[in-house]
Design a binder for this molecule. Structure first.
Ligand code: TRP
Length: 347
């Protein structure tokens, strides 16, 4: 019977979906994303979404750890990042994109975790330390120090097994593993220990030569940059300071522009390293080549962005649907967590 055959097929497709491993990843929503995000993680996510059941968190509460004095900016940033996701090709049909602050179960789980996380483990977290130093914090805020605990809850609530992240996030994933293990030992083994899936691609350096491209340092090319902006920014990018004339041998390994060539290599640019070292290609031409390459990369994103910009309600609807789905999972996990803790009054 044809009908019967169909339903068996559909069932196995559904089963396949259910047996796929789950990943969760995401971003703090502090503003627009840039090409460093694309190279370091977004590109990877677009590929992974077809192989894994993908959850993507818009970490607006985590954004508050450093932006608590500007909460009114959050909603705009959440929408901006969501639009960036759509523009790079994250597909809401494949990935569940959701808003952290709208899942109160994450906050609840964070509290339970915080009871048994030693403060010293957080104080010694190298990413926390370097972020605090970068921001010039003379004192550590409770929420900032504790954001790895909240991140562990982001991961644990959806029982994700794999967490695709950049290397800077490794201490947080390690912390999440420890928290889950401890929870399971202390109470009941209901949570799943996650594993990091580290992106091989290192972070892009900033246009000013700073070791990372970052919005807060104003040294980034945003994903929504126009052709002109890309060309303009690249023109002003720092290069090897020891190189004054084109004939001078360049040092590509200390040049931010060469870093971009490496990350976004294209056939047409030949061996930049060799021609730079030999003084055969000047910085102007080298920058022109990479600006063209960046524009080539951004062009399809601009097209997609235009489509979604013309449907402003789409993003809110997508976030509502994604958040509802994530919340269903969170409620289920919290039932188990509360049960493990024996917190079940009046039942
Ligand atoms: N801390 C991550 C970052 O800055 C963002 C994030 C929040 C995250 N929650 C997460 C990443 C859970 C992976 C899983 O990039």
């Amino acid at each position: 019977m044809a009908g019967g055959g169909m339903s068996t097929m559909e069932k196995s497709k559904e089963e396949l979906k259910l047996t796929r491993e789950r990943i969760v990843t995401g971003d703090r929503t502090t503003g627009k994303l840039h090409i460093g995000h694309y190279v370091g993680s977004l590109k990877n996510r677009v590929e992974l979404q077809t192989q894994y059941e993908t959850f993507v968190i818009l970490a607006d509460v985590q954004a508050l750890t450093t932006h608590f004095d500007r909460p009114h900016e959050l909603i705009g940033h959440v929408r901006q990042v969501a639009l960036d996701y759509l523009s790079v090709g994250i597909d809401p049909e494949s990935a569940t994109i959701f808003v952290q602050s709208l899942i109160p179960e994450i906050a609840e789980l964070t509290i339970y975790f915080s009871m048994f996380v030693p403060v010293n483990a957080l104080r010694h977290n190298p990413t926390i330390k370097s972020e605090a130093a970068e921001r010039g914090y003379t004192q550590l805020y409770y929420g900032f120090l504790g954001y790895p605990v909240s991140q562990a809850a982001d991961i644990a609530f959806c029982k994700a097994t794999l967490i695709p992240v950049g290397a800077d996030q490794l201490p947080h994933i390690e912390q999440a593993r420890k928290i889950v293990r401890r929870f399971n030992e202390l109470y009941k083994p209901v949570l799943v220990e996650p594993q990091a899936l580290v992106s091989e691609v290192p972070r892009l350096v900033g246009l000013d030569g700073h070791n990372k491209m970052s919005k807060s340092m104003n040294n980034a090319i945003n994903l929504d940059a126009s052709r002109e902006e890309v060309a303009e920014k690249m023109k002003k990018a720092m290069t090897d300071p020891a190189r004054i004339r084109k004939e001078d041998p360049g040092h590509p390994d200390v040049c931010p522009v060469y870093d971009y060539h490496k990350a976004l290599r294209n056939e047409g640019s030949g061996d930049i390293h060799q021609s730079c070292t030999a003084g055969k290609i000047g910085c102007v031409e080298c920058k022109q080549l990479i600006a063209d390459r960046v524009n080539e990369l951004l062009e399809p994103m601009r097209e997609r962005r235009k489509i979604y910009e013309s449907k402003p309600r789409f993003i809110d609807e997508m976030l509502k649907t994604g958040t509802e789905k994530a919340r269903t999972v969170a409620k289920e996990t919290m039932r188990e967590v509360r049960d493990a803790l024996g917190i079940r009054y009046f039942e």
